[in-house]
Design a protein around this ligand. Structure first.
Ligand code: LLP
Length: 368
């Protein structure tokens, strides 16, 4: 990995074997009839191809994401794509329908005001179950204060609006949030959707969203996929009329990526020691945006004792440009390479050119 970085100051490095292994785990869940990768987590073409090769489908939230999949995986069957826009312009829906893509509608406005374009189409509807789950308030996507989904109290209106538009609702969807480990949350979502489906006789798919958590601290327990599969299997036994879809993003790619960044400068301000690296929130926004924890090690001095209590910061002109608070690292020097772990999901794709500093480029590990 150090060789791959070469004389660069910083870069993301991805391991496709880890992506493939995660995809295989999900594909092996007998209770789930379709797994769609939420490409917003990491739309790198090589990652998309790796996931496509494992037979997974793709969930996209913009025209750009759909086009990325079509470019990266030429010839992919249209039914392996699902388009889930939110507050997108009218033309984007029209564009997708013209290409025969399945759309998840998440607002009555779309059916009330643009109903004509859905005439004769089969659609999914995103429901707000009322209960958000997630690692941070900003990633909980249900409840009145979240902009997503049709609330349960509008189900009757949804039914009427779809009928008036001449659209057939064949699937119900809910994604309640990200970074979850409690299996009960998805079962609860599936039950809520199954209850809602009583009003929609054409529905035979329940898409229970993504949000599968990935441990970020040493010693944290991973999501128990066996338990998850068993719980969903039990649900299906009680509701044999529905296929279950899952659409995880983070679970497939988080552990497959690391951010490498060289140490630039060191500083001590009284009791607080700062270790500066060559990129920060312009490459990895999660710590600043959600307070997310990412393990950090000094790759150049991996075996040295971790004796320096420090805060790891980037070069961006914001006090929030911190990659790790209160960490223990070996004594580090200019040019050392720090590895920031678990950054394959929502890393590069949420990067920016803030301060006109280019975000980290993406490199793929090659085992040959
Ligand atoms: N499906 C829908 C409709 C979604 O909105 C999302 C994520 C997913 C699936 C995939 O969620 P995942 O399995 O990756 O948790 N940037 C945040 C996560 C926000 C995700 C937004 N929607 C983070 O870095 O934690």
């Amino acid at each position: 990995m150090i060789d791959l970085l070469g004389d660069r100051q910083y870069a993301y490095v991805y391991d496709l074997q880890t992506v493939a292994a995660q995809a295989q785990l999900l594909a092996g869940m007998g209770s789930v009839s379709r797994v769609l990768y939420a490409i917003k987590a990491n739309p790198h073409p090589a990652i998309l191809r790796t996931i496509a090769a494992q037979g997974l489908s793709f969930e996209c939230v913009s025209r750009g994401e759909i086009e990325r999949v079509l470019d990266a995986v030429p010839g992919i069957e249209r039914e392996r794509l699902l388009f889930t826009p939110n507050f997108a312009p009218r033309a984007e829906y029209q564009w997708a329908l013209e290409r025969g893509l399945r759309i998840t509608v998440d607002n009555l406005y779309v059916l009330h005001n643009w109903g004509g374009m859905f005439h004769g189409h089969e659609i999914f509807a995103r429901i707000d179950t009322g209960h958000g789950h997630g690692h941070h308030p900003k990633v909980r996507t249900a409840g009145l204060h979240s902009k997503f989904g049709v609330p349960l109290f509008e189900l009757g209106d949804l039914h009427r609006a779809a009928e008036q538009a001449g659209a057939r609702i064949v699937g119900l969807h809910a994604h309640t949030g990200s970074g979850n480990f409690a299996v009960g949350g998805w079962v609860e979502t599936a039950r809520t959707l199954a209850d809602a489906a009583m009003q929609f006789p054409g529905v035979d798919v329940l898409n229970i969203g993504g949000g599968l958590g990935v441990p970020d601290r040493p010693g944290q327990h991973p999501l128990d996929l066996g338990e998850f599969d068993a719980a969903l299997g039990q649900f299906r036994t009680g509701h044999p009329g529905f296929g279950l879809w899952l659409e995880p993003g983070r679970y497939l790619v988080a552990a497959a990526g690391v951010l490498l960044a060289r140490v630039t400068q060191l500083k001590g301000k009284g009791a607080v020691q700062y270790v500066g690296v060559a990129t920060g929130m312009n490459s990895l926004l999660r710590p600043a945006l959600y307070g997310s924890y990412h393990e950090i090690v000094n790759l150049t001095h991996l075996d040295d004792p971790a004796e320096l209590h420090c805060t790891v910061v980037g070069p961006i002109c914001e006090s929030g440009d911190v990659l790790g608070h209160d960490r223990l690292l070996p004594h580090s020097a200019e040019g050392d390479i720090l590895l920031i772990a678990n950054t394959g999901a929502y890393g590069h794709v949420m990067g920016s050119n803030y301060n006109l500093r280019a975000p980290a480029e993406e490199l793929i590990l090659d085992y040959r």
